[in-house]
Design a protein. Structure first.
Length: 113
């Protein structure tokens, strides 16, 4: 079973930036697409960015042009660069391989207005 450790969250003012990291254990990483999800207070978890094994990237409309997902297979790590943050980006951010049902503990992102 894959283990996932997210980090990089924090409190930032609107307009600021954060870079999230997610390290995955095991050999699944290089053979699986990866997604970043967020769960805002009182809302369901949603996929905000995804990257395939050949680096094809997709984003939910709300974050297009502001967030960038990337991966480093040598480090078993997926990143989420978040720029021009808005209060509505607040939530707990999780990463997950598409080929696994495992979740990490998430990292809290809070954007103040």
């Amino acid at each position: 079973q894959v283990q996932l450790v997210e980090s990089g969250g924090g409190l930032v003012q609107a307009g600021g930036s954060l870079r999230l990291s997610c390290v995955a254990s095991g050999s699944i990483f290089s053979s699986s697409g990866m997604g970043w999800y967020r769960q805002a207070p009182g809302k369901q978890r949603e996929l905000v960015a995804a990257i395939t094994t050949d680096d094809s990237k997709t984003y939910v409309t709300a974050v297009k042009g502001r967030f960038t997902i990337s991966r480093d297979n040598a480090k078993n790590t997926v990143y989420l660069q978040m720029n021009s943050l808005k209060p509505e980006d607040t939530g707990v951010y999780y990463c997950k391989p598409f080929s696994s049902g495992s979740w990490g503990q998430g990292t809290q992102v809070t954007v103040s207005s």
